[in-house]
Design a protein around this ligand. Structure first.
Ligand code: PLP
Length: 497
């Protein structure tokens, strides 16, 4: 399998090179050059595999320049004791048609671990394979969860340095503490005065700043990305869609070949794009349901075909989805346009210059035939956390509640009772403030984050995840705050350039 850029500048590189670079030099994203197709026999063959075996099989279609033995080593290191569930991603049945795919049993309690526990292992191999001499500097913009997951994954990994930028005041207290207490000789975390889009734009600007790139190169460094624009982030996410399907087959909720729906709480469009890749490979999917919070730019896009970022940015109770520029959509548009990089360059230019673009009829119709979209307000999200707890004794985090609320709307609107998997992206303990308030309003009053963790655990009988338990007792290591136009200077400072 060879990779190419969505903007047409690079069109024949190995996966190791794509992972090492992160983003293409022309500003585009790397996509696989050929379609991968699997059949029923392949899917049936996954039923008796464990998660690691499923991962090895699926990764081998895309990372063809990695030996099978190397992939085995990567998945073994990535998906082991660091996950609190032996299933890695347990599938929990809520009722007859509805299942929760819990992607948050990794060390940082959000689904980002699914990709970021394995990306550093890919990166080390990619550095070897490409004969890279420079140290790789991973720059990350985070709305909260990616930052910690990336720090955790790359901490003390030889040949790498990681710098994470997060919006000052734009992440939960637990998320902030997770990042600023990160140990590891190669880690940095910085608060940026701005929102997530400012932070992401700042990081993209550093990648494209020839002056900075040259200066760090002379000191033996080279940038890469651990955001979901990196193909090495996206490809491990394809695995759990197959795994969920195999689990449903295994517990006889569906029969071989039956179609299912996935509901994905969406921000940067990485997670749901992985679902689309799984479907395009042949996984039987009826609908991909794209769930947004009040930053509902994707809802409007899927309904109208116009992507318009000229709107107010809302800080919501699901901060990891507070995003108005969903970077990974570019990959979907490229695939659906028949790989027309000229068209994609035009759309992306319009987005920067005019603030919006409208896709052609063919792309819009293809999207509407497979995707359904809706959004949930903060009030509806809280109401959903309450009602699901009342009805099922199941505790949702705010992001997963957005998905659940949009699913309820989908069923009312369409009457579709196809077996459905809700992609559950975070532990409720990670967003304990909102969750505890939703469920135990009076008792939660006046408690700090750590008292809330205890309250939530005592009341629900759910255990506090190890990674969150003693956060308040750890030393604060990272204290840097910077303005959004100073991010480049900070990078140079950390690298002594
Ligand atoms: C990152 C994140 C999302 C959004 O995922 P995308 O791949 O950016 O669409 C949803 N929920 C949680 C908890 C997250 O951390």
């Amino acid at each position: 399998m060879r990779y190419k850029s969505t903007r047409g500048g690079l069109f024949d590189i190995a996966s190791a090179e794509a992972i090492k670079m992160g983003i293409a030099p022309d500003g585009g994203l790397f996509v696989p050059g050929e379609k991968v197709s699997i059949d029923k026999v392949f899917i049936d063959g996954l039923v008796n595999d464990n998660y690691r075996e499923r991962a090895e099989k699926i990764l081998s279609f895309f990372l063809t320049d990695f030996e099978r033995e190397e992939l085995r080593e990567c998945v073994t290191k990535a998906y082991g004791d660091n996950f609190s569930s032996p299933d890695v991603v347990p599938l929990v049945r809520l009722h007859e048609h509805l299942h929760m795919l819990e992607l948050w049993h990794g060390p940082t309690c959000a689904f980002k671990d699914m990709a970021l526990q394995i990306l550093p292992h890919f990166m080390v191999k990619a550095i070897e394979k490409t004969g890279e001499k420079a140290d790789i500097v991973i720059l990350v913009a985070t709305s909260g969860d990616t930052g910690k997951a990336a720090l955790e994954g790359f901490a003390d990994v030889d040949g790498t340095h990681i710098i994470v930028f997060y919006p000052n005041g734009g992440v939960s207290e637990v998320q902030r503490l997770q990042m600023v207490t990160q140990t590891g000789r190669n880690t940095n975390a910085v608060a940026v005065n701005g929102n997530f889009d400012d932070t992401q734009t700042g990081v993209k600007r550093i990648f494209n700043d020839e002056g900075i790139c040259k200066a760090i190169e002379e000191k033996g460094y080279r940038f890469s990305s651990a955001n979901s624009i990196n193909w090495g982030r996206l490809v491990p996410q394809i695995v759990y869609y197959f795994s969920a399907y195999a689990e449903l087959l295994k517990n006889k909720s569906i029969r071989s070949g039956d179609k299912i729906n996935f509901v994905v709480p969406t921000g940067n469009f990485g997670n749901i794009l992985a679902a689309w890749y799984a479907m395009s490979m042949g996984l039987p999917v009826n609908r991909l349901i794209c769930a947004s919070n009040e930053n509902n730019v994707l809802t409007d896009f899927i309904i109208s075909g116009t992507y318009d970022r000229r709107r107010e940015f809302h800080k919501t109770l699901s901060p990891s989805m507070d995003i108005l520029i969903s970077s990974n959509l570019e990959r979907l548009l490229y695939e659906l346009s028949g790989k027309d990089s000229g068209l994609i360059r035009g759309y992306m230019n319009d987005l920067i210059e005019k603030g919006f673009y409208t896709v052609n009829d063919s792309i819009r119709e293809q999207i509407q035939s497979k995707f359904w979209a809706g959004f949930s307000s903060d009030r509806e999200t809280i109401e959903c956390i309450r009602s699901v707890y009342q009805d099922y004794g199941y505790v949702l985090d705010t992001h997963t509640a957005v998905a659940m609320d949009v699913y309820d709307k989908y069923v009312i609107y369409t009457g579709d009772l196809t077996p459905t998997v809700i992609v559950s992206t975070a532990s409720p303990f990670k967003f304990n403030q909102s969750v505890a308030k939703a469920l135990f309003e009076d008792e939660a009053e006046g408690l700090d984050e750590f008292e809330l963790l205890k309250l939530l655990s005592e009341k629900t009988g759910w255990e506090i995840p190890v990674g969150l338990k003693d956060l308040d007792k750890r030393e604060i290591i990272h204290k840097t705050v910077c303005d959004k136009d100073k991010m480049g200077d900070i990078v140079m400072h950390f690298l002594n350039v």
